[in-house]
Design a protein around this ligand. Structure first.
Ligand SMILES: *Cc1c(COP(=O)(O)O)cnc(C)c1O
Length: 334
Protein backbone atom coordinates (compact mmCIF):
# COMPACT_ATOMS: atom_id res chain seq x y z
CA UNK A 1 0.00 0.00 0.00
CA UNK A 2 1.46 3.31 -0.99
CA UNK A 3 0.38 6.60 0.55
CA UNK A 4 1.42 9.56 -1.58
CA UNK A 5 1.76 12.50 0.79
CA UNK A 6 2.62 14.76 -2.15
CA UNK A 7 -0.79 14.05 -3.66
CA UNK A 8 -2.38 14.72 -0.28
CA UNK A 9 -0.66 18.11 -0.01
CA UNK A 10 -1.77 19.01 -3.53
CA UNK A 11 -5.36 18.06 -2.63
CA UNK A 12 -5.19 20.36 0.40
CA UNK A 13 -3.95 23.11 -1.94
CA UNK A 14 -6.81 22.44 -4.36
CA UNK A 15 -9.35 22.64 -1.53
CA UNK A 16 -7.80 25.81 -0.13
CA UNK A 17 -8.01 27.45 -3.54
CA UNK A 18 -11.59 26.25 -4.03
CA UNK A 19 -12.85 27.22 -0.57
CA UNK A 20 -10.69 30.22 0.30
CA UNK A 21 -10.76 32.48 2.21
CA UNK A 22 -12.40 29.82 4.39
CA UNK A 23 -9.90 27.73 6.32
CA UNK A 24 -9.55 24.06 5.40
CA UNK A 25 -9.79 21.67 8.33
CA UNK A 26 -8.60 18.13 7.64
CA UNK A 27 -10.89 15.33 8.79
CA UNK A 28 -8.68 12.35 9.72
CA UNK A 29 -11.12 10.16 11.66
CA UNK A 30 -11.11 6.36 11.21
CA UNK A 31 -7.32 6.42 10.88
CA UNK A 32 -7.43 9.02 8.15
CA UNK A 33 -10.07 7.09 6.17
CA UNK A 34 -7.70 4.12 6.26
CA UNK A 35 -4.71 6.17 5.06
CA UNK A 36 -2.96 6.65 8.44
CA UNK A 37 -4.16 9.56 10.56
CA UNK A 38 -0.84 10.83 11.87
CA UNK A 39 0.95 10.80 8.50
CA UNK A 40 -1.96 12.37 6.71
CA UNK A 41 -2.60 14.87 9.51
CA UNK A 42 0.99 16.10 9.52
CA UNK A 43 1.09 16.47 5.74
CA UNK A 44 -2.26 18.29 5.70
CA UNK A 45 -1.04 20.79 8.30
CA UNK A 46 2.17 21.36 6.32
CA UNK A 47 0.03 22.10 3.28
CA UNK A 48 -1.96 24.73 5.13
CA UNK A 49 -4.83 22.92 6.81
CA UNK A 50 -5.51 24.83 10.01
CA UNK A 51 -6.99 22.11 12.22
CA UNK A 52 -7.52 18.36 12.38
CA UNK A 53 -10.89 16.76 13.11
CA UNK A 54 -11.51 13.26 14.44
CA UNK A 55 -14.59 11.42 15.68
CA UNK A 56 -13.63 10.13 19.11
CA UNK A 57 -11.65 11.11 22.17
CA UNK A 58 -9.42 8.05 21.71
CA UNK A 59 -8.53 9.11 18.17
CA UNK A 60 -7.76 12.62 19.40
CA UNK A 61 -5.53 11.43 22.24
CA UNK A 62 -3.42 9.19 20.02
CA UNK A 63 -3.17 11.91 17.40
CA UNK A 64 -2.17 14.43 20.06
CA UNK A 65 0.69 12.15 21.08
CA UNK A 66 1.91 12.14 17.45
CA UNK A 67 1.27 15.84 16.75
CA UNK A 68 1.69 17.92 19.91
CA UNK A 69 0.91 21.30 18.38
CA UNK A 70 -2.24 21.70 16.33
CA UNK A 71 -5.90 22.50 16.73
CA UNK A 72 -7.61 19.18 17.25
CA UNK A 73 -11.40 18.95 17.24
CA UNK A 74 -13.44 15.95 18.38
CA UNK A 75 -16.56 15.81 16.20
CA UNK A 76 -18.37 13.04 18.09
CA UNK A 77 -19.71 12.82 21.63
CA UNK A 78 -17.40 12.82 24.66
CA UNK A 79 -18.84 11.72 27.99
CA UNK A 80 -18.54 14.07 30.92
CA UNK A 81 -16.13 11.80 32.76
CA UNK A 82 -13.64 12.23 29.88
CA UNK A 83 -13.76 16.02 29.63
CA UNK A 84 -10.79 16.42 32.00
CA UNK A 85 -8.64 14.26 29.70
CA UNK A 86 -9.78 16.28 26.71
CA UNK A 87 -8.88 19.51 28.53
CA UNK A 88 -5.45 18.18 29.41
CA UNK A 89 -4.78 17.25 25.77
CA UNK A 90 -5.96 20.73 24.69
CA UNK A 91 -8.73 19.43 22.49
CA UNK A 92 -11.81 21.24 21.27
CA UNK A 93 -15.16 19.51 21.65
CA UNK A 94 -18.36 19.53 19.66
CA UNK A 95 -21.49 19.87 21.75
CA UNK A 96 -24.76 18.47 20.52
CA UNK A 97 -26.82 18.35 23.72
CA UNK A 98 -27.71 20.77 26.50
CA UNK A 99 -24.84 19.43 28.62
CA UNK A 100 -22.12 21.94 27.73
CA UNK A 101 -18.72 21.36 29.34
CA UNK A 102 -16.93 24.37 30.77
CA UNK A 103 -13.28 25.45 30.68
CA UNK A 104 -12.69 23.85 27.30
CA UNK A 105 -13.25 25.33 23.82
CA UNK A 106 -16.49 24.05 22.31
CA UNK A 107 -18.29 24.16 18.98
CA UNK A 108 -22.07 24.18 19.30
CA UNK A 109 -23.62 21.88 16.74
CA UNK A 110 -27.01 22.72 15.31
CA UNK A 111 -29.08 20.12 13.56
CA UNK A 112 -30.25 21.68 10.28
CA UNK A 113 -31.54 18.49 8.70
CA UNK A 114 -29.09 15.66 9.22
CA UNK A 115 -31.34 14.34 11.97
CA UNK A 116 -28.49 12.79 13.86
CA UNK A 117 -26.23 14.78 16.20
CA UNK A 118 -27.10 18.36 17.01
CA UNK A 119 -29.12 20.84 19.00
CA UNK A 120 -32.48 21.87 17.64
CA UNK A 121 -31.69 25.46 18.61
CA UNK A 122 -28.59 27.44 19.50
CA UNK A 123 -28.79 28.89 22.97
CA UNK A 124 -26.17 30.81 24.88
CA UNK A 125 -24.42 28.80 27.54
CA UNK A 126 -21.81 29.72 30.16
CA UNK A 127 -19.12 28.09 28.08
CA UNK A 128 -16.09 28.90 25.96
CA UNK A 129 -17.77 28.80 22.55
CA UNK A 130 -15.28 29.06 19.67
CA UNK A 131 -17.48 27.79 16.87
CA UNK A 132 -20.99 27.07 15.68
CA UNK A 133 -21.51 24.34 13.15
CA UNK A 134 -23.87 22.01 11.39
CA UNK A 135 -23.50 19.10 9.00
CA UNK A 136 -24.92 18.64 5.50
CA UNK A 137 -26.93 15.49 4.85
CA UNK A 138 -26.91 15.36 1.06
CA UNK A 139 -24.49 17.86 -0.46
CA UNK A 140 -23.45 15.12 -2.89
CA UNK A 141 -26.93 14.44 -4.25
CA UNK A 142 -29.75 16.85 -3.29
CA UNK A 143 -29.36 20.49 -4.15
CA UNK A 144 -32.75 21.70 -2.84
CA UNK A 145 -32.29 20.15 0.55
CA UNK A 146 -28.69 21.36 0.79
CA UNK A 147 -29.78 24.93 0.01
CA UNK A 148 -32.42 24.69 2.73
CA UNK A 149 -29.84 23.48 5.24
CA UNK A 150 -27.50 26.33 4.32
CA UNK A 151 -30.30 28.90 4.70
CA UNK A 152 -31.38 27.48 8.02
CA UNK A 153 -27.78 27.61 9.27
CA UNK A 154 -27.19 31.18 8.09
CA UNK A 155 -30.40 32.30 9.74
CA UNK A 156 -29.75 30.51 13.02
CA UNK A 157 -26.17 31.74 13.27
CA UNK A 158 -26.64 35.37 12.22
CA UNK A 159 -25.93 36.44 15.81
CA UNK A 160 -22.84 34.23 16.03
CA UNK A 161 -20.57 35.89 13.48
CA UNK A 162 -17.96 36.54 16.18
CA UNK A 163 -17.17 32.80 16.35
CA UNK A 164 -16.08 30.42 13.60
CA UNK A 165 -19.06 29.26 11.56
CA UNK A 166 -18.51 25.99 9.74
CA UNK A 167 -20.90 23.81 7.80
CA UNK A 168 -19.38 22.25 4.68
CA UNK A 169 -17.96 18.77 4.21
CA UNK A 170 -16.00 17.98 1.02
CA UNK A 171 -19.04 18.00 -1.25
CA UNK A 172 -20.29 21.24 0.30
CA UNK A 173 -16.87 22.88 0.02
CA UNK A 174 -16.56 21.94 -3.65
CA UNK A 175 -20.10 22.74 -4.83
CA UNK A 176 -21.74 25.29 -2.50
CA UNK A 177 -19.93 28.64 -2.14
CA UNK A 178 -22.55 29.78 0.40
CA UNK A 179 -21.63 26.88 2.68
CA UNK A 180 -17.93 27.73 2.90
CA UNK A 181 -18.23 30.43 5.59
CA UNK A 182 -15.20 30.54 7.93
CA UNK A 183 -13.96 26.96 7.65
CA UNK A 184 -14.69 23.78 5.69
CA UNK A 185 -14.26 20.30 7.17
CA UNK A 186 -12.86 18.13 4.40
CA UNK A 187 -12.35 14.41 4.66
CA UNK A 188 -12.87 12.34 1.54
CA UNK A 189 -11.51 14.97 -0.89
CA UNK A 190 -8.21 15.18 1.00
CA UNK A 191 -7.58 11.60 0.03
CA UNK A 192 -8.27 12.32 -3.61
CA UNK A 193 -11.55 10.44 -3.54
CA UNK A 194 -14.69 11.93 -5.00
CA UNK A 195 -17.55 12.72 -2.62
CA UNK A 196 -19.78 12.31 -5.68
CA UNK A 197 -18.60 8.81 -6.58
CA UNK A 198 -17.27 10.31 -9.82
CA UNK A 199 -13.76 10.68 -11.21
CA UNK A 200 -11.91 12.78 -8.59
CA UNK A 201 -9.85 14.31 -11.41
CA UNK A 202 -12.97 16.27 -12.37
CA UNK A 203 -12.47 18.31 -9.19
CA UNK A 204 -8.70 18.46 -9.57
CA UNK A 205 -8.14 15.82 -6.88
CA UNK A 206 -5.49 13.08 -7.00
CA UNK A 207 -5.90 9.70 -5.31
CA UNK A 208 -3.47 9.35 -2.40
CA UNK A 209 -3.64 5.60 -1.89
CA UNK A 210 -2.53 2.91 -4.27
CA UNK A 211 -2.58 -0.78 -3.57
CA UNK A 212 -0.56 -3.41 -5.39
CA UNK A 213 0.13 -7.10 -5.10
CA UNK A 214 1.17 -9.87 -7.50
CA UNK A 215 0.04 -13.10 -9.09
CA UNK A 216 1.39 -15.73 -6.71
CA UNK A 217 0.13 -18.76 -8.61
CA UNK A 218 -1.14 -19.38 -12.13
CA UNK A 219 -3.39 -22.27 -13.04
CA UNK A 220 -5.45 -23.53 -15.91
CA UNK A 221 -9.04 -24.44 -15.06
CA UNK A 222 -10.41 -27.06 -17.39
CA UNK A 223 -14.04 -26.90 -18.44
CA UNK A 224 -16.27 -27.51 -15.39
CA UNK A 225 -13.51 -26.85 -12.84
CA UNK A 226 -13.97 -24.06 -10.32
CA UNK A 227 -11.94 -21.65 -8.23
CA UNK A 228 -12.57 -20.63 -4.63
CA UNK A 229 -15.12 -21.20 -1.88
CA UNK A 230 -18.63 -22.21 -2.86
CA UNK A 231 -17.45 -22.93 -6.42
CA UNK A 232 -19.06 -19.65 -7.46
CA UNK A 233 -17.03 -19.56 -10.67
CA UNK A 234 -16.99 -22.60 -12.89
CA UNK A 235 -15.04 -22.54 -16.13
CA UNK A 236 -17.26 -22.88 -19.20
CA UNK A 237 -14.11 -23.31 -21.26
CA UNK A 238 -10.43 -23.72 -20.39
CA UNK A 239 -9.51 -20.59 -18.39
CA UNK A 240 -6.19 -19.30 -17.09
CA UNK A 241 -6.52 -17.80 -13.60
CA UNK A 242 -4.05 -16.02 -11.37
CA UNK A 243 -4.28 -16.28 -7.59
CA UNK A 244 -3.52 -13.02 -5.76
CA UNK A 245 -2.59 -13.20 -2.05
CA UNK A 246 -4.98 -10.46 -0.88
CA UNK A 247 -8.49 -10.95 0.48
CA UNK A 248 -11.23 -9.56 2.67
CA UNK A 249 -8.88 -9.89 5.66
CA UNK A 250 -7.04 -6.96 4.07
CA UNK A 251 -10.18 -5.08 3.13
CA UNK A 252 -10.55 -6.39 -0.42
CA UNK A 253 -14.18 -7.13 0.19
CA UNK A 254 -16.11 -10.24 -0.57
CA UNK A 255 -18.59 -8.31 -2.67
CA UNK A 256 -15.84 -7.30 -5.13
CA UNK A 257 -16.41 -10.37 -7.28
CA UNK A 258 -16.65 -9.09 -10.85
CA UNK A 259 -14.65 -5.94 -10.31
CA UNK A 260 -11.53 -5.36 -12.36
CA UNK A 261 -7.94 -5.15 -11.25
CA UNK A 262 -4.91 -4.48 -13.43
CA UNK A 263 -2.69 -7.45 -14.20
CA UNK A 264 0.49 -6.27 -15.88
CA UNK A 265 -1.41 -3.03 -16.47
CA UNK A 266 -4.34 -4.74 -18.20
CA UNK A 267 -7.88 -4.68 -16.69
CA UNK A 268 -8.93 -8.23 -15.77
CA UNK A 269 -12.02 -9.46 -13.87
CA UNK A 270 -12.03 -10.93 -10.37
CA UNK A 271 -13.61 -14.41 -10.49
CA UNK A 272 -15.48 -16.44 -7.89
CA UNK A 273 -15.52 -15.78 -4.15
CA UNK A 274 -12.98 -13.44 -2.64
CA UNK A 275 -11.58 -15.32 0.35
CA UNK A 276 -9.93 -13.99 3.49
CA UNK A 277 -6.41 -14.16 2.10
CA UNK A 278 -6.75 -14.63 -1.66
CA UNK A 279 -8.78 -13.95 -4.76
CA UNK A 280 -8.67 -15.21 -8.33
CA UNK A 281 -8.38 -13.11 -11.45
CA UNK A 282 -9.05 -14.26 -14.99
CA UNK A 283 -5.99 -14.07 -17.21
CA UNK A 284 -6.01 -13.67 -20.95
CA UNK A 285 -3.25 -16.27 -21.31
CA UNK A 286 -0.70 -18.09 -19.24
CA UNK A 287 1.52 -15.64 -17.35
CA UNK A 288 4.62 -16.31 -15.29
CA UNK A 289 3.93 -16.07 -11.55
CA UNK A 290 5.01 -12.73 -10.13
CA UNK A 291 3.09 -10.56 -12.58
CA UNK A 292 2.19 -7.27 -10.86
CA UNK A 293 -1.43 -6.71 -9.86
CA UNK A 294 -2.82 -3.25 -9.14
CA UNK A 295 -5.92 -3.25 -6.94
CA UNK A 296 -6.13 0.55 -6.69
CA UNK A 297 -4.02 3.10 -8.57
CA UNK A 298 -2.49 3.43 -12.00
CA UNK A 299 -5.77 4.89 -13.23
CA UNK A 300 -7.90 2.26 -11.50
CA UNK A 301 -10.12 4.20 -9.12
CA UNK A 302 -11.57 3.10 -5.80
CA UNK A 303 -14.80 4.63 -7.14
CA UNK A 304 -14.99 1.76 -9.70
CA UNK A 305 -14.82 -0.85 -6.95
CA UNK A 306 -17.46 1.05 -4.95
CA UNK A 307 -19.90 0.71 -7.85
CA UNK A 308 -19.36 -3.07 -7.98
CA UNK A 309 -19.63 -3.44 -4.19
CA UNK A 310 -22.74 -1.24 -4.12
CA UNK A 311 -21.21 1.11 -1.58
CA UNK A 312 -19.30 4.38 -1.32
CA UNK A 313 -15.56 5.00 -1.48
CA UNK A 314 -15.65 6.10 2.17
CA UNK A 315 -16.55 2.60 3.31
CA UNK A 316 -14.04 0.86 1.05
CA UNK A 317 -11.21 3.17 2.11
CA UNK A 318 -11.96 2.77 5.83
CA UNK A 319 -12.02 -0.99 5.39
CA UNK A 320 -8.56 -1.26 3.83
CA UNK A 321 -6.29 -2.66 6.52
CA UNK A 322 -2.64 -1.83 6.60
CA UNK A 323 -1.74 -4.41 9.25
CA UNK A 324 2.06 -4.64 8.92
CA UNK A 325 1.88 -8.38 9.46
CA UNK A 326 -0.08 -8.64 6.20
CA UNK A 327 0.64 -5.62 4.07
CA UNK A 328 3.57 -3.30 3.65
CA UNK A 329 2.65 0.34 3.89
CA UNK A 330 4.99 2.78 2.19
CA UNK A 331 4.94 6.56 2.37
CA UNK A 332 6.09 8.43 -0.71
CA UNK A 333 6.19 12.09 -1.55
CA UNK A 334 5.78 12.20 -5.32
C1 LIG B 1 -16.78 12.97 8.55
C2 LIG B 1 -17.23 14.38 8.71
C3 LIG B 1 -16.83 15.36 7.78
C4 LIG B 1 -16.04 15.04 6.53
O1 LIG B 1 -16.91 14.62 5.50
P1 LIG B 1 -16.35 14.32 4.01
O2 LIG B 1 -17.57 14.03 3.24
O3 LIG B 1 -15.46 13.13 4.15
O4 LIG B 1 -15.63 15.52 3.58
C5 LIG B 1 -17.20 16.68 8.03
N1 LIG B 1 -17.93 17.00 9.12
C6 LIG B 1 -18.34 16.08 10.02
C7 LIG B 1 -19.15 16.52 11.18
C8 LIG B 1 -18.03 14.75 9.82
O5 LIG B 1 -18.45 13.84 10.72
Amino acid sequence: MTIDLGALRRNVGTLRRAAGPAEVWAVVKADGYGHGAADVGRAALQAGARALCVATLGEALSLRAAIPECRLIVLGPVVEADVARAREAELELVVSTSAVPERIPVHLKLDTGMGRWGLSELTRAPAHVVGVMSHLASADCDEDFTRRQIERFLEATSAWKHVTRHLANSAGALRYPAARLDAVRCGIALYGLSPFGADPGGDGLEPVLSWTSYVAQVRLLRQGESTGYGRRFRAGAPTWVGIVPVGYGDGFRRDLTGTQVLVDGEPRPVLGSVSMDAFAVELRRELPPGAPVTLVGGGLLLEQHAVIAGTITYELACGIRSDPARARRVLVDA
